[in-house]
Design a protein around this ligand. Structure first.
Ligand code: ADP
Ligand code: MG
Length: 374
């Protein structure tokens, strides 16, 4: 559906425009000044903007210039200005306006026509932008995965040496109590480091996981029970297991840990209580959906697992980073930023996909798609 942001300080015109465009099946939002609209655009991307050139706090040119300072790509826009100002029209078309419309009596009737005229262009531009963004995201993640794999391998080799030598020393120096204490520290630290590199290897998507049949409904019930014991009483956990085919070929340990990781994150996002929901359903992902995904997935029947919370939500800026290893907004004692990167690696190893939707102040939903073997 095409969404239109109307930036217009005349409340009456705004209301009429919204009525008119809603009638034509467009989704509309109105902002009455430039700064409000800029603020709204920090977290939203409309398909199109209708911009009154003379706003109370800035003019159209200033608005577009400010928007370009923070956005690499700005939504297409139509400029609305008082009659007889061709200079403005030329200036704004040079700045990328799709069209120019005079704010006279015909304005209200004309606007839907103008939008209809450029509708095709808007939606193909949107698709292109999405494809570019997805390509960039997947290339970035692939590069980080390569680096993580390489580093984890090298560290593993080093750690094997440290751990091996420490164990030999531990056996030899049985008399020396102080040396034993130091060796214990070395061994425990190396084991923690090995655990970290193991997580990086999962993110790097190293190797194929064992594919044993995993009953995801049972796993969700177990995860919910585990979390119920661990997390605060103010949070209610709900399971809505609606899938008919709930068994997939997979790695039990990795999948369990992914469900737990997302549940713990949800808990951490709901300090003052809320609801954590695990839901499943079977869906068919067709060729178009698979092509649009930034994951390498094939058309077929999938088990969709939704992990939804009613917590703080994530800003669009942070949403781009959450799967990157070591990205965290927590203090060092609370988290290491490896939870979601291992979830990402797990999903990739299972030839699936993961997407997120989040709204600041309302909550976050993760959608995991895992293929069901035919
Ligand atoms: N459900 C959620 N709600 C809000 N923010 C989240 C949620 N899940 C993840 N995040 C954000 O993503 C970051 C990375 O998560 P994660 O990889 O699990 O690492 P960690 O939990 O150690 O910080 C978190 O620090 C948090 O900012
Ligand atoms: Mg976490």
């Amino acid at each position: 559906m095409i969404s239109v942001l109307i930036i217009e300080d005349d409340a009456e015109i705004c209301e009429l425009l919204m009525e008119q465009l809603t009638r034509c099946n467009y989704l509309t939002v109105c902002r009455s000044c430039g700064s409000d609209a800029l603020h709204w655009l920090e977290t939203n991307t409309p398909s199109l903007m209708v911009l009154n050139y003379s706003l109370p706090d800035m003019n159209g040119k200033e608005f577009i210039t400010q928007l370009r300072e923070t956005h690499e790509l700005i939504p297409p826009f139509i400029i609305a200005a008082e009659q007889g100002n061709e200079k403005i029209a030329v200036e704004m078309m040079k700045l990328g306006a799709k069209d120019y419309i005079t704010r006279d009596r015909a304005f209200l009737d004309l606007l839907p026509e103008v939008i209809k005229h450029i509708e095709k262009e808007i939606s193909s531009e949107g698709k292109l932008k999405l494809a570019r963004e997805q390509l960039w995201q997947s290339r970035k993640m692939e590069a980080i995965a390569k680096l993580a794999r390489r580093m984890a391998h090298d560290f593993n080799n080093i750690l094997t040496g440290i751990l091996g030598a420490s164990c030999v020393l531990q056996k030899r120096m049985t008399e020396d109590k102080e040396a034993q204490d130091f060796l214990k520290i070395i061994i425990e630290s190396s084991e923690r480091a090995a655990d970290l590199t193991a997580k990086l290897l999962v993110f790097g998507g190293e190797g194929e996981s064992p594919a044993t049949p995993v009953d995801l409904h049972q796993m969700i019930t177990d995860t919910a029970a585990l979390l119920e014991r661990r997390i605060s009483k103010k949070i209610s956990i709900q399971c809505e297991c609606n899938a008919i085919q709930q068994t997939i070929p997979g790695d039990c340990t990795l999948l369990q840990s992914a469900l737990l990781n997302m549940g713990i994150n949800a808990d951490q996002a709901m300090d003052s209580g809320g609801t954590l929901t695990y839901a499943t359903q079977n869906i068919f992902l067709d060729e178009t959906l698979c092509n649009e995904s930034s994951f390498d997935i094939k058309p077929g029947t999938y088990l969709q697992i939704t992990v939804r919370d009613t917590g703080t939500g994530i800003t669009p800026e942070n949403l781009r980073k959450i799967f990157v290893p070591f990205y965290t907004t927590r203090t060092e004692s609370e988290g290491r930023g490896l939870g979601l990167s291992t979830v990402y690696g797990t999903v990739k190893q299972h030839h699936g996909s993961i997407t997120v939707q989040s709204k600041v102040g309302s909550g976050t939903s993760f959608y995991v798609h895992l293929p069901i073997a035919e």
